[in-house]
Write a protein that binds this ligand. Sequence first.
Ligand code: FAD
Ligand code: SF4
Length: 535
Amino acid sequence: MSGNTYDVIIIGTGAGGGTLAYHLAPSGKRILILERGDYVPREKENWDPQVVNVDAHYNTRESWLDKDGKELHPHTNYYVGGNTKFYGAALFRMRKEDFGELRHQGGISPAWPISYEDLEPYYTQAEELYQVHGNRGEDPTEPPASAPYLWPAVSHEPRIQQLSDDFTRAGLQPFHVPVGVMLDEKNRHASRCIRCNTCDGFPCLVHAKSDAEVLCVDEAVKHANVTLLTNAFVKRLETNSTGREVSAVVVERNGGLEKYSTDVVVVSCGAINSAALLLRSANDKHPRGLANSSDVVGRHYMGHTNSVLMAISKCPNPTIFQKTLGVNDFYFGAKDFAYPMGHISFVGKLDAITLKAGAPAIAPNFTLELMARHSLDFWLTSEDLPAPENRVTVDRDGRIVLTYTPNNLQAHERLQAKLKDAMKQTNCSVHGHECHQGLFGRNLYVGQRIPLAGVAHQNGTIRFGRDPKTSALNVNCKAHDLDNLYVVDASFFVSSSAVNPALTIIANALRVGDHLLERLGATNVSTSKTMLSTV
Ligand SMILES: Cc1cc2nc3c(=O)[nH]c(=O)nc-3n(C[C@H](O)[C@H](O)[C@H](O)COP(=O)(O)OP(=O)(O)OC[C@H]3O[C@@H](n4cnc5c(N)ncnc54)[C@H](O)[C@@H]3O)c2cc1C
Ligand code: SF4
């Protein structure tokens, strides 16, 4: 066996690739992990809002183009652990109904080729692996689970608990958001997580966030059969003469090109970069790009319709770790709007420095400091629908072009209105109902939709399915057109639901991992026996 030949090559170390590497590592198979980025340096700047949010120090410097040819600076990160190094670690299961077809005001959210029950055992494994802290039974839309959370939910701080009580009095069913932080509230002196205000959007300086580097890649590389190459950008994939197999992975590293060969290649570069890689790898056997006889590669890009809505109250909000409360009462609709609206939760507590970066329009004489001290910073997510015209392409120079027109927007507007209505009904012990009428005696909400560059929730660009005419991957996430090419990042999504995507990516990577262990004839096939037999 030559030095450049492996049983499995995994490209990318985020939620998908990192988790898969962890799952396959004990098999003893020769595994090569290729990651274009380096480790996030551990430095005080990890927790500095100016450096992280204003200077965007850890974001890629790459620029892409939008549909009008305008430059786009994507808010995405190339490091070991991928975007999980920066995520807010809200780790949700998709709702059971999200796996079926759902009618939205803006169109149809199509069914997945697998059911919730097919993924359920892997959600349970994923929650265990990523140490999700949560309470079952609080979220009215929660799907059935075969096991409890192993760690209790992260508690609300007083201002958020007050809001939770207010929402409950107003007839809503607020719940504790499931989060992957290694917080031990009963033994704070020994807790790895210190419950700080720089979590969502920041790398964790003390490695207490459940990210794919700390929990998966760092563990995988302890196995002698696993090799990780960082600063290794995969430029393209080559196929053999029949076009049925990837024969070489071409890597740019140390200023030169290197080639690696393998029995199985798993692409996991994130939904935009994975599509770009397959498109860049076009050859005579695959003129539209690899695995793309269906012409779906790059299409159906989804990223959620997200917005931040700051409710500026009379009460101050001294919360440190704000991302603990969620509201899903409007997820599937309401009496006055029969279509799904989405999910309400929080971003990390916004501060004046971060606000300067986004600088939403604010009332005159209203300092950013005052605003940040009094705001409840909601995060609203609605489903965007998979439109074939919303797509990733690559221009002649290999540059990524992201063509996107938002859809299903009425659902999001309705969700914002529902939140404002709910806030009107809340009360506080000092200001009563007036608390949420703003510091100037009127309702004050400041917010903005996340722009196209906010590609944090990217998914859907290499969808899986049973029909090779309408999907690029089969149910095991293997390319229909090739025998040894798999994709395990967020690309495989058929619809995006309205909850955060990472736990579904992680669970699916574990599912595909079981299939690969079987394919490779490995002995440590995990305990789950529910893998689909359809290939
Ligand atoms: C600020 C922020 C907050 C978020 N909060 C949440 C949250 O609370 N909950 C949630 O569920 N999700 C959240 N997300 C989204 C979540 O992080 C992503 O859904 C998830 O990380 C996607 O996993 P992935 O495997 O698809 O891709 P990624 O995690 O992006 O991993 C892709 C990897 O591939 C590497 N790569 C790319 N191209 C190449 C190439 N050509 N060659 C080699 N390597 C390559 C990249 O460097 C990267 O390491 C958040 C994201 C951000 C940015
Ligand atoms: S809250 Fe905990 S996990 Fe998050 S950055 Fe702070 S210490 Fe790390």
